[in-house]
Every structure is written in structure tokens, then in C-alpha cells.
Design a protein around this ligand. Structure first.
Ligand code: AMP
Ligand code: FE
Ligand code: FE
Ligand code: ZN
Length: 303
């Protein structure tokens, strides 16, 4: 199935000079993964920002869907149940799933399995940090999280609290986004497995923030084309930190492969990503207004 992308899907062209308010944000995190705010708070923030259509896409969990869906209905905001699955790749490769059924056994299983591995990885990461002279404990990390989900942002927050880094970004830059850290891997599903799980749960798969793969344009296009042959339906071309040029490149790649252009801020809360605002990203770089994306994603999910 072919989905046409409009000429200016992220609203960054001349027509948007009048600074329309961003209306759509399909990439939001709650405190059920590594976001700052409870699901209903994220929806309230979306409402206050004037958003008309949102998707909650927590990492490797659907634990925030029920609460955010209820809140979205109360605020009268269009809502897409989503997920963001971390997948195996030399760099970071995240797969977004839209319109997934949060109760689907296949998804629950994959989430549970990889959450257990995520939890084991925390211990390895703490050992790695100890070798670096950073003496934080699992209890310190747990103190930064409201539930059982522990991710690198919680480790970073614990490091900041203990005075080992000035802020979360510095903790990542010096310790958690380094080659040394990458030697402390956690097993992840392959991209193809994540697409299959999303599709088996009734959803549509879209590749998140394609720059994180660190591929040049030709290699990225080939990679995306291959994923499409396994059922990929969308590409996150509009993102909270992308320049107009970056977005244009990804839109071009989406067009090459007839993929749905998706967009979202990757909002985590300002305590975690201080420069990424809900709906608008960094310095209003995100201006994504394609309300028809909901229909396109739903149609692809049902196809
Ligand atoms: P994890 O899934 O535990 O490996 O952590 C990945 C999460 O850490 C991402 O989804 C972001 O929320 C955050 N993150 C990754 N890289 C950075 C970075 N360089 N600076 C700040 N946060 C980051
Ligand atoms: Fe995150
Ligand atoms: Fe991501
Ligand atoms: Zn994300």
C-alpha cells in the first residue's frame, strides 16, 4: 500500500512561516519507562500545549497505555497506543509501534523478556561504573525511578545526585554513551523480530530517529528498504531535534520506499531532556501537523 506524503509533512516550509502550533506528537515517554511524568500528566501537558493527536511510546513497555488512553479521552485528544522497542544494532536502533494492542500476549512476552534482560544490564552497568570509580548502588538508581523499569537515564540521574556529573547529558557523554559503555551490552530483539512482534500485536512499525543509526544517506536508504521488506511501514522523519535539512533527507528516503512519514518530539520531561518540549522539541524545531497520519497508520496496521 502506498501512502502519499505531502510536500511539507513537518510544516517546515514557506507555508508554515506563520508558525502554526504543532498539533501532533507521536513520540512521548511517561514514567512507566524513563520519562519524568505519570501517563495522565503527559496527556495534560499535551493538552496544554494544544496538541490534537498524540501517541505514548514508552521503551519496551505498554504499562502507560491504559492511564494515558483514559486521560486522552477525558481531554478530547486523539490517542494512539504505542511502544518503542530497542533493537540490536551497533548503534541505537529503536522501533516504534503504533496501534498495538497492549494486551497482546506476543507483546507482553517480548516486553517481559527484554525488561528482565534490561534489569540484569543495570547490574553490569553499575559494575562498569565502579571500575570507573563511580560508586553508585542499585538502590541509588532505584531511588530515581517510580517503578521497576530502570534505564540509563535513571543511572544518569543517580550519578548527578551523587555529584559525579553536572547533569544527565554530561553523565551520558562521559560514561553512558561511550564505546566503553557499549561493551556492557544487553541482549535486544533484532529489528525484524520487533517489527514482527508489533505486527502480531495488531500494530504498525516505524523506525525511530533514523540519525541514531549513524548511517550515511545511501546506506540508511538500503537499510530502511530492507526493513520494509520485513513489514516496516513508517519512518520518523520529523523529530524534536532535527534540522530542516535532516528532515528533508528522511522524507526523501520515506518517499523512496513509500513509507509513512511520522513525527514526534521524544519528550521525556524537562528534568530528563531539558531542551525537548512536548509537541515542539528543541527550539521549536518540531512542527508536525499531519493529523491524517492516524488514518494512514491505522490502515497499515489493518493491512
Ligand atoms: P536504555 O534504554 O536504558 O539503554 O537508555 C536509553 C535512553 O537513554 C534513551 O531512550 C534516552 O532516553 C536516553 N539517552 C540516550 N542517549 C542519551 C544521551 N546522549 N543524552 C541523554 N539521554 C540519552
Ligand atoms: Fe528514553
Ligand atoms: Fe528512542
Ligand atoms: Zn523515545
Amino acid at each position: 500500500m502506498v501512502f502519499q506524503t505531502s510536500g511539507d509533512p513537518c510544516g517546515k516550509g514557506a507555508a508554515s512561516v506563520n508558525a502554526k502550533m504543532a498539533q501532533v506528537d507521536l513520540h512521548l515517554h511517561t514514567n512507566r519507562s524513563d520519562g519524568q511524568h505519570a501517563p495522565s500528566e503527559v496527556v495534560r501537558l499535551a493538552y496544554e500545549a494544544g496538541l490534537k493527536l498524540i501517541a505514548v511510546t514508552d521503551h519496551d513497555t505498554v504499562g502507560g497505555i491504559a492511564e494515558s488512553a483514559t486521560a486522552a479521552a477525558r481531554y478530547g485528544i486523539g490517542f494512539i497506543p504505542g511502544i518503542e522497542i530497542s533493537t540490536a544494532h551497533a548503534q541505537e536502533q529503536h522501533m516504534l509501534g503504533y496501534y498495538i494492542d497492549p494486551g497482546a500476549p506476543v507483546l507482553r512476552e517480548i516486553c517481559l523478556h527484554f525488561m528482565q534482560l534490561r534489569d540484569e544490564r543495570i547490574g553490569n552497568t553499575i559494575e562498569y561504573l565502579h571500575r570507573c570509580g563511580i560508586m553508585i548502588t542499585r538502590a541509588d538508581v532505584q531511588a530515581e525511578a517510580p517503578g521497576t523499569y530502570l534505564g540509563r537515564p535513571h543511572i544518569a540521574a543517580a550519578m548527578v545526585r551523587a555529584g559525579y556529573a553536572a547533569d544527565i547529558n554530561e553523565a551520558f557523554k562521559k560514561y553512558l554513551a561511550t564505546d566503553a559503555y557499549r561493551k556492557t551490552p544487553r541482549p535486544k530483539p533484532t529489528a525484524v523480530e520487533s517489527i514482527e512482534a508489533i505486527r502480531a500485536a495488531g500494530g504498525t512499525a516505524a523506525l525511530a530517529h533514523p540519525d541514531s543509526l549513524h548511517l550515511e544517506a545511501g546506506a540508511l536508504s538500503r537499510h530502511v528498504g530492507e526493513l520494509k521488506s520485513f513489514g516496516l511501514a513508517g519512518l520518523e522523519c520529523c523529530y524534536g531535534t532535527y534540522s530542516r535539512a535532516q528532515t528533508a533527507l528522511y522524507v526523501e528516503i520515506a518517499k523512496q520506499h513509500d513509507l509513512i512519514v511520522t513525527g514526534g518530539s521524544d519528550f521525556h520531561g524537562l528534568a530528563i531532556k531539558p531542551d525537548v518540549m512536548i509537541g515542539s522539541g528543541r527550539n521549536h524545531l518540531l512542527d508536525y501537523n499531519d493529523l491524517s497520519v492516524a488514518e494512514a497508520l491505522k490502515a497499515a496496521a489493518d493491512a
